[in-house]
Design a binder for this molecule. Structure first.
Ligand code: ATP
Length: 314
């Protein structure tokens, strides 16, 4: 099948039912374009990993087809392997190797020449902060360190498509930022197409171009984050924490700016219409600085709102 211009993946009416009867994907269709960062979001058990495994040809759909650059992924596993770097959530297959061996051998498997593979391995070890672990056996590393090694193997050979299933689980904030910035750099400089499964909406929002929100095996929404946000409540959330047992007057005084929602005993939010924000924000801040307010923050509509909006409609 001829791919459309810029089309990388085409998922066509994919339906997956496991032997015990569980339907993990139900009639899923979408395309992924060259050079985009595409997010798959959804709660546990939504069917994300099942879909990804079918996209890389590791699992056969019950019905429907998936094309990579116009080729059926089930027809040629070498073709998929040579174009797609996939890092799954499952136990790392190279666990018995030393860190540098795991990276180096993956690089060689991707047809990088010996000297280049050595250079690539050394550069990745340094870039991902694995110098001290270089000679350690992968299975003896911490969960987070193993994930960094897995990520390093994913970057070897500069394949044009990277698919990562929950890449930042178990990682500290510094490592998480490092992963996102490396992915953005690859996308920007090499045009790498990146597909991410993540639960981390705040981080996804910073990096992803389009998202598909999946639940119960179905795509509930698919669009750019900007456009998806237009469908949700446009009010800004002003979250205010008062000192425990503190001032109810703050709540009463704030109610003139918008609807009040209680969060906990000493936290509440005010939903301020976007069009009013500009004219009232100065006096709100002045007021909050003067009263017994512990902390406050203003949150614009976010990907989290989009996610919750579609979750609630299921
Ligand atoms: N091999 C399998 N056999 C039977 N059912 C399975 C199998 N793999 C997954 N499932 C079921 O299919 C559904 C979707 O699972 P999947 O792993 O795709 O979800 P997910 O969205 O990736 O979840 P998570 O965010 O928790 O990783 C779940 O109900 C799961 O129990």
């Amino acid at each position: 099948m001829e791919p459309l211009e810029n089309e990388v993946f085409r998922v066509e009416s994919v339906y997956k039912q496991f032997k015990k009867g569980k339907v993990a994907n139900s009639n899923i269709s979408f395309t992924i374009r060259k050079g985009e960062i595409f997010g798959l979001l959804g709660p546990n058990g939504a069917g994300k990993s099942t879909l990804i495994k079918q996209m890389v040809g590791q699992l056969k759909p019950t019905s429907g087809k998936i094309f990579l650059y116009g080729k059926d992924v089930l027809e040629d596993s070498y073709y998929v392997m040579n174009h797609v770097s996939y890092y799954s959530q499952e136990t790392f297959a190279l666990n018995k190797l030393k860190v540098y061996e795991a990276i180096y051998f993956t690089s060689m498997l991707r047809s990088v020449r010996h000297q280049e593979a050595k250079k690539e391995t050394a550069a990745l070890i340094e870039k991902l902060g694995l110098t001290k672990q270089r000679n350690m056996i992968v299975k003896n590393l911490s969960g987070g360190q193993r994930r960094m090694v897995g990520f390093a193997t994913c970057l070897t050979g500069n394949l044009p498509i990277i698919i990562l299933d929950e890449p930042t689980n178990d990682l500290d904030p510094v490592k998480r930022n490092l992963i996102w910035s490396i992915l953005q750099e690859k996308n920007r400089e090499q045009g790498t197409t990146i597909i991410l499964v993540t639960h981390n909406l705040l981080e996804a929002e910073k990096i992803v171009d389009r998202v598909a929100i999946i639940n119960h095996g179905k795509v509930l929404a698919l669009d750019s984050i900007g456009r998806l946000k237009q469908n949700v409540d446009q009010r800004y959330k002003l979250e205010i924490s008062t000192i425990l047992g503190g001032d109810n007057k703050i709540k009463t005084d704030m109610s003139k700016y918008g609807e009040i929602q209680a969060i906990t005993e000493n936290r509440f939010r005010v939903l301020i219409p976007k069009e009013n924000l500009h004219s009232v924000i100065g006096e709100i801040i002045q007021y909050l600085e003067a009263v017994r307010c512990d902390e406050y923050r203003i949150i614009p509509p976010s990907l989290e709102d989009v996610y919750l909006h579609y979750e609630e409609r299921v």
